[in-house]
Design a protein around this ligand. Structure first.
Ligand code: RTP
Ligand code: MG
Length: 138
């Protein structure tokens, strides 16, 4: 099994709620390695590239606005099958129904807003991981 790398983002809701440490603790406790980390004020260009697959969807503009609303912590995380493993740690997209035990299930909820504020992003494939790590760490 080859070691993979994935891009994890602690989204502005996670940073604002001071959950960065708790989220990183869970990643490390599972045995993954933090390889690089930076705090970023993302601009529209970066987010347009990052979320290109969602352009035109109803939640796209609120999503971009949300991601520009505060700092984001970008983390390069490494480990065997870490792409799938972090998605499992994060839980499903909707925090209201994400399984307890996951980041989104334990720490997230719905806030009645136009976009799901769900604390974290994790790359969804090796291709996405390579593309996204290049965007956030170049
Ligand atoms: P992510 O990309 O952030 O790891 O999350 P994901 O794969 O679980 O979700 P995805 O379908 O890629 O959607 C990207 C982000 O857009 C927001 N979203 N809001 N209906 C909604 O209000 C809605 N749908 C998606 C979420 O922040 C989601 O993580
Ligand atoms: Mg996604």
């Amino acid at each position: 099994m080859a070691v993979e790398e994935t891009l994890v983002l602690v989204k502005p809701d996670g940073v604002t709620r001071s959950l960065t440490g708790e989220i990183l603790r869970r990643i490390e406790a599972k045995g993954y390695s933090l390889v690089d980390i930076r705090m970023v004020r993302a601009d529209r260009n970066l987010l347009a590239a990052h979320y290109a697959e969602h352009e035109g969807k109803p939640f796209y503009e609120p999503l971009v606005e949300f991601m520009m609303s505060g700092p984001v912590v970008a983390v390069r995380v490494a480990g065997d099958r870490v792409i799938e493993g972090f998605r499992s740690l994060a839980g499903t997209t909707d925090p209201t129904t994400a399984a307890p035990g996951t980041v989104r299930g334990d720490l997230g909820r719905d806030w009645g807003l136009a976009v799901q504020q769900n604390l974290v992003h994790g790359s969804d494939s090796p291709e996405s991981a390579a593309r996204e790590l290049d965007l956030w760490f170049s």
